[in-house]
Design a protein around this ligand. Sequence first.
Ligand code: ADP
Length: 488
Amino acid sequence: MTKSVPFMSRPEFLAGSPLVNGQPIAGPGATLPILNPATGETIATLPLLGAREAELAIASNGAALGAWRTRAAAERAGILQSWHALVAQNREDLALPLTAEQGKPLAEARGEIDYAASFIQWFAEEARRVYGEIIPAAADRRSMVLKQPVGIVGAITPWNFPAAMITRKVAPALAAGCTATLKPSELTPLTAFALALEAGVPPGVFNVIAGDAPAIGSVLTGHPDVAKFTFTGSTAVGKYLTAQCASTLKRVSMELGGNAPLIVFDDADIDQAVAGVIASKFRNTGQTCVCANRILVQDGIHDRFAEALAARVAEFRVGNGLEGDTDQGPLITPAAYQKVRDHVDDAVRHGARIITGDQHHDAGELFHQPTVLVGATEAMQLAGEETFGPVAPLFHFKSEAEALALANRTRSGLAAYALTSDMDRFWRVAEALEFGMVGVNTGIVSNETAPFGGIKESGLGREGSRHGIAEFLELKTISLGLSGQVQA
Ligand code: ADP
């Protein structure tokens, strides 16, 4: 085991392997190193898989589909419940490799394992509630609607939530009676392999492969036997993969980037507003698609709020998530680090003033100091693009109308936040924000019971909640002719 990862009772979770048809699968020879972003150390070396292995995975999904989809829903639910129990039982052994490959503080990794497990449990419960409909179509006819699994699912997930993005897709797919092949991010595949090891499903029901992302992606989006493709990642890649799905007209779900506004009104509670920004902006070191990217602050509260936020941010403990209590970890890659630097430098060039942070952090190459800046404007790069890092830019506004116009001026529509103590304003603002999710007086919008997803260019479809399983079901109408007369 890698020396820098503390003791694990399941060391195989760190030495993970891609799985196809229930077996580890080898590639043609090239390998893929998995790095710890906090230290730069190689923590595992994996086979680099490609189109051939993706084809094998789809073939095994096809072979397993018939038996899986016809099992009683209660049986699939039972298997998912066992998976949930194993994930909960191995929480620490799953959190450690997650932090090692992704960088988030161990406390956040434990939280992510709990969050990931919650989707397995939720969809185990939902498996038994796939109700159909009977419609009184005409005197001599009834229409019935059956909900059936779509079939084979291809899934691609990102590096920022290496556990939760997987269970949010795979658990509803399996609950619905689909089989699935997942390609996690090449930056964080170990957590995915570990989760698959514990799934306990029959061979071929759930495969995990990683390596050459475009090659595997072409198979998952282009193979005629794949009925559904589900993706979480950047908007640019999501659009590209959606286009690839067009030739076989797959069902598509997309969870793409955001550019979340967080609006602090004069009547907000300052402590609640600071807590909201900390929760939404600095979670995972600013690397989530629902992170507040633009913090809009009304003039009357601006200076007090800025001071309180900067004081809190300056207290963050930055460091390797595996060592001691840390609040902020590294950025995922040198490119991600550079984007943060570029956004801060560009903002300063355009007149922003840094009130805390702004420097490289000496914890390691990919660490940036948590930063708050004031005087942000729409002319700056950070207004139009997600920074995806620990930088909180504060924009001024005067009126509610100005705040809403500024908040909605983006092609993204994933999450938005507002802090206010005025109930009338709460309704007005929540209804006017053009986003799929709105957090009011909270920086957290997601849990397994509520639909997660965006509008505009932030995506298609919803994950989690009772709607999440619908993404993996087809409706079939059966028309039944009958004699409507009661026989004498
Ligand atoms: P991020 O900016 O979060 O890294 P990406 O969209 O680049 O977002 O990556 C999300 C997922 O998409 C990852 O699993 C990555 O490997 C995959 N990916 C990126 N480019 C392609 C591609 N051309 N084909 C298939 N998958 C891709």
